[in-house]
Design a protein around this ligand. Structure first.
Ligand SMILES: *[C@@H]1O[C@H](CO)[C@@H](O)[C@H](O)[C@H]1NC(C)=O
Length: 297
């Protein structure tokens, strides 16, 4: 089996504390990316909604226009900060997510932008599964009132390393995305996300470990830091899980950067030890990656 990952590298997850001031959020994110790069990371992940407070009510105010690409600096300061700091630090930068606005259709998306070490936009993912919940008298959270869903599976091909699956937060609860990416030879799946203090303790680690265990790939989940002054209390606990479903590193709830070495040999070792990879019975049940799957353009 050819190695899925061409060479080992250090991955960093920045568990960022963001507030109401977008320019300050961008400057702060930039300084944390520089810090992670100085510590030796060559791929850096930011959390969901890193340029704004978390919550649908903030979407219109913080949203940026990223198309046509490249956008002007005025239309998308977040795009330009990410591109510049990726080039400056010569790292791959998975820019968490930002609210995106498309003026032509008046649609909002929750969008992740990925930049190369030369500052070039490599890929984008728009959150595919929107979180709608309405339990009368208890909780109402309807992303679809504000957001539109993305309509594709995102697999980023990084020539230097290999393929990475990318999706946002609630998307992690739909294991098909990770299964498809793994069948298509991804070595890792990355989820910027923000679970809350109820769903976090229940499911955050379990989701990360389950996606890793079933697919025998690395899984990284990157959360905002918890801010008890904010309207939404993120769980935190950004973590990197290895292909054997072991948690390699885990943040607490406060702002932090966590690092782990990502090594393709661990994928091969895990798959040799427990050979589900070659023992699946697609004659008995279907392979989700073999059907009609929508990818980028
Ligand atoms: C977190 O989200 C879940 C699912 O929507 C909800 O049931 C729960 O009440 C929320 N918890 C907090 C502390 O807001």
């Amino acid at each position: 089996m050819a190695s899925l990952l061409k060479k080992p590298f250090k991955l960093a997850l920045v568990q960022l504390a963001s507030g109401g001031d977008k320019a300050a959020n961008l400057a702060h994110a930039r300084s944390k990316v520089i810090e992670a790069a100085k510590a030796g990371a060559s791929m850096i992940v930011l959390p969901e909604c890193f340029n704004s407070p978390y919550g649908c009510q903030y979407f219109p105010k913080y949203a940026e226009i990223v198309l046509p690409s490249p956008p002007s600096e005025e239309k998308s300061p977040s795009w330009h900060m990410l591109s510049k700091v990726a080039a400056e630090t010569k790292t791959y930068l998975i820019g968490g997510s930002i609210p995106e606005f498309v003026p032509e259709t008046k649609e909002y998306f929750n969008t992740s932008l990925v930049f190369s070490p030369t500052g070039k936009l490599l890929a984008t993912h728009r959150k595919t599964h929107l979180f709608d919940i309405d339990i009368p008298g208890k909780i109402k959270f309807k992303e679809s009132d504000v957001l539109s869903p993305g309509n594709k599976v995102t697999i980023v091909d990084i020539p230097e390393y290999g393929k990475i699956g990318l999706a946002i937060c609630y998307d992690v609860r739909f294991p098909e995305l990770a299964m498809i990416a793994a069948r298509k030879d991804a070595f890792m799946f990355v989820y910027p996300g923000a679970f809350n203090t109820t769903t976090g303790p229940m499911h955050w680690t379990l989701q990360a470990r389950a996606r890793a265990m079933d697919n025998q790939i690395y899984v990284a989940m990157c959360s905002p830091a918890r801010d008890m002054e904010a309207t939404y209390h993120a769980y935190g606990h950004s973590m990197i899980v290895n292909p054997n479903a072991e948690v390699l590193v885990e943040a607490q709830e406060y702002e932090d950067i966590v690092y782990a070495e990502i090594d393709g040999a661990k994928i091969e070792e895990t798959r040799k030890g427990i050979p589900i990879y070659t023992q699946r019975r697609f004659d008995v049940y279907p392979d989700v990656s073999a059907g009609k799957v929508r990818y980028d353009e």
